[in-house]
Design a protein. Structure first.
Length: 181
């Protein structure tokens, strides 16, 4: 019986206190953005992607030329195996091995995890990401948002379109770009 009375008193106390606490709590304003949409619509991102694509295409062309050279060397070695002296054959095989190692080194230096392509991508995108984050922070502060989520990260299953800040972010980024030009 005492436990029941204690539970009733606790519930009554909580019901009396919590509504009062809720009255004094700050309003939480939530918004979200879609970084994929921002990146695909922001002019600087489009320009950076074009620059990056040209550089990657040049690296790929260089890699293809190296692959073609290796294939020709391999064919030459195979077709001349019976005609060449053992010494000349060894020279050609060593030349092939050096070229193959140069190709592997090139591929690792350019397309490896910490290669030139990754560094260049980071170099081109980091300033853009900083601009986007600055605009998001500015808009969130100006409009009183407590938190802004990124829908592109897959963390939002449903959200009302009225709290989507993506188009405002794109418009602000475009406006900043126009003032610089």
């Amino acid at each position: 019986m005492k436990k029941r009375i204690s539970a009733i008193l606790i519930v009554a106390y909580a019901v009396g206190i919590f509504p009062a606490a809720l009255l004094h709590a700050e309003e939480v304003k939530i918004g979200y953005i879609d970084t994929v949409k921002i990146f695909s619509n922001f002019k600087e991102t489009i320009e950076a992607e074009e620059i990056y694509k040209k550089e990657v295409d040049a690296w790929k062309k260089q890699a293809e030329e190296m692959e073609t050279g290796l294939a020709k060397m391999r064919e030459t070695i195979q077709s001349q195996t019976l005609m060449l002296s053992e010494e000349k054959l060894q020279e050609k095989k060593m030349e092939f091995d050096r070229s193959a190692e140069a190709y592997r080194k090139f591929m690792n230096e350019v397309f490896g995890e910490n290669g030139e392509a990754a560094r260049r991508n980071k170099e081109l995108t980091d300033p853009i990401v900083e601009k986007i984050n600055a605009v998001i922070s500015k808009l969130a502060e100006e409009q009183g948002y407590t938190i802004v989520f990124d829908a592109a990260q897959g963390n939002i299953i449903y959200a009302d379109k009225s709290i989507d800040l993506t188009d405002m972010v794109i418009a602000e980024l475009d406006a900043q770009l126009e003032t610089l030009q």
